[in-house]
Design a protein around this ligand. Sequence first.
Ligand code: URA
Length: 340
Amino acid sequence: MEELETLSPEREALAIVRALRAELERQLASGSVGLPRAVRSAAVAESAVAPPEFEAPRTSPVERAAVVERAAPPRPVYPTEPPASEAPEYPAFAQAPASAPHQPAAAAQSTAARPVAAARPEPARAPASDLDPTTYGLADPKRQQRLELLESQVRGCTRCRLHEGRKTTVFSRGTGRLGLCFVGEGPGAEEDEQGQPFVGPAGQLLDRLVATMGLLRDDIYVCNIVKCRPPGNRAPEPDESALCSGYLEQQLELLNPEIIVALGATAVRGLLGIQEPITRVRGSWRLYRGKVAVMPTFHPAYLLRTPSAKGPVWQDMVEVLKKLGRPVPDLKAARGPSRD
Ligand code: URA
């Protein structure tokens, strides 16, 4: 729609009507509702590309095994995810160094679910309507300030039973300045200790995936469906997700992402309100609240148990990169010549 500025008023009106009609027809076909945001390619284009971890020396199989051994108690097995034998060969992000060097996270210091209908009245909402619709995340000081306010509300939250066992609330990490947001399930033990999402073994794998995409860890906003750790790393109960959903809704409204990656079945349910198995929805674009593109994919904790599922996840990330208008790294070229 950027070119509209150069059109005559009549042609501009015609272009808008055509765009609206195309969108409504697409929504009729997909069953979703609402208007999408304009594509903000200028903001996307100025983003940095730096995949340093991808170039780093590989770990040996023994080191990789040690990483898996150090893993926190596994999350409950996702019954809906596929047998490993069905997944294609997985790409190189599996072999990157176990721990991506953590970027200093402005967002993390400042900061870190929709869906199931909220069961109680919401606290006062920070308005998002007066914010610049072309900015993303903490790159915009106003958005940052309101996200910080929301985070402070979350810190005092006692809406559901999860607050009883938490050490700290876990709101977000990353600036989200590229318009890309990953949503997981809920904090695990490490996250509960550190107050940041995805800092345990699953988070380290997520970091390697992001690095393989050619993106900086701190540029990606990461958060969860629930902000407090479910005991024993179980999945959040539906009522816990519902009681937390107002926070995620506000968080995403203030963040204003172009694309959300839903990590695993809980995130898909929480964001999209759909019960379909992750195996069926993975890899196909959906809409959050009728306006934000969502790519459902497997949860990194599942990838730790099923490395062969990394292939489909990489395919999903390729679609995300294309939609963001970013270059898609050629993993084969990066790996070098085959030794066969
Ligand atoms: N798994 C999640 O879904 N979220 C986290 O923050 C960590 C692990």
